[in-house]
Design a binder for this molecule. Structure first.
Ligand code: FAD
Length: 303
């Protein structure tokens, strides 16, 4: 099928982009990697009156890595972030999740920020932003820039806090505190497919390696990434003696997955608990290794 007719603009800088978006109002849509938007247009599931192609706006093709976190510009492709050793060192969960996003060809075009704005509850990156407590920076013509935290950014399936006329200029993924590990686990029918279920986990340990913070963000488990704090369920114990069955039940009690042709809601809920615990255990092990490296004065290489 072919898309419905639309006006096309290809601005060269951010100011021009914001002007065109302001003038296009409700009918304006940003075109980034096009890996989600173009199929939606071709299937006539979206009919914007104006496409604002940001692919020539070089100022948005940025990846800033600082000790406090990774800021990903709107034109940074999945592949560029995945392959950045510096980004993986400061926030390893990004690379772990990006390796599960679609296939290399799609990752060469698709953008991290586009994936967040697309806000598919089956996608990996919204869960990563949610579990890390990251944020998305939005800008508009003649208005103030605003940073929207993940918990307010995802408002429903394929819906976000982005308003007509706004451009998402970047997303920020904070770095983990000391003695903290992370992991991503998912099950998909084929590698590269959207996940039937999945979980991003972050675990923090104290100096005696007891779990002091543990949370997961679950994929395909509700209308938005479902974040569950399971610190209490981990009972401040070392990972080896955490009551993991109780943790899995705590996660399952917070998710509300839907049935589709790939899985029943019941199976998806069960799987979410299993994957959450797998991810939490891996994250706790990673946190332990981070502590060993810190104690031994060895710098962690994430490449
Ligand atoms: C075969 C296939 C398999 C895939 N599998 C997966 C998968 O397993 N996991 C996964 O997470 N994704 C998957 N994807 C989607 C892929 O990750 C896309 O790259 C991503 O969803 C959207 O990024 P994009 O840059 O292509 O955005 P686009 O398609 O260009 O845009 C998507 C939406 O976001 C808006 N948008 C984009 N950027 C901005 C911005 N800067 N400001 C405001 N609005 C913006 C657009 O207007 C549009 O509404 C798959 C895609 C394909 C084609």
């Amino acid at each position: 099928m072919k898309p419905p007719p639309f006006d096309y603009h290809a601005p060269r800088d951010v100011a021009e982009t914001l002007e065109v978006l302001a003038a296009s109002g409700e009918g304006g849509k940003v075109l980034a990697g096009g890996q989600s938007l173009i199929p939606l247009l071709n299937m006539r599931l979206a009919a914007p009156s104006c496409l604002v192609d940001i692919n020539r706006v070089a100022a948005l093709d940025t990846l800033e890595v600082e000790p406090g976190g990774v800021r990903v510009g709107a034109l940074a492709r999945h592949a560029a972030v995945e392959r950045s050793p510096a980004a993986a060192r400061v926030q390893p969960l990004l690379r772990a999740a990006l390796r599960l996003v679609a296939h290399p060809v799609i990752r060469n075009r698709g953008t991290v920020v586009g994936s967040l704005v697309h806000a598919d509850p089956s996608a990996e990156l919204p869960a990563v932003l949610a579990v890390l407590g990251g944020s998305v920076r939005l800008a508009r013509h003649g208005g103030a820039t605003r940073d929207v935290p993940a918990e307010a950014f995802f408002t429903g399936p394929l819906e976000s806090a982005l308003e007509p006329g706004e451009l998402a200029v970047s997303a920020f993924f904070p770095s983990p505190p000391p003695r903290t590990g992370s992991a991503f686990q998912e099950v998909a029918r084929r590698h590269g497919d959207y996940a039937i279920a999945g979980a991003a986990a972050v675990v923090g340990l104290d100096e005696d390696l007891r779990v002091t913070a543990a949370r997961v963000a679950c994929v395909s488990a509700g209308p938005v990434p479902v974040t569950v704090d399971v610190t209490d369920a981990c009972a401040r114990r070392p990972a080896a003696s955490v009551p993991w069955d109780a943790v899995a039940d705590a996660v399952r009690g917070n998710v509300d997955p839907e049935e589709d042709i790939h899985a029943s809601a019941r199976y998806r809920g069960h799987l979410t608990g299993v994957l959450a615990v797998r991810a939490l255990r891996l994250a706790a092990a990673e946190a332990g290794r981070a502590e060993e490296r810190a104690a031994g004065g060895v710098t962690g290489g994430a490449e």
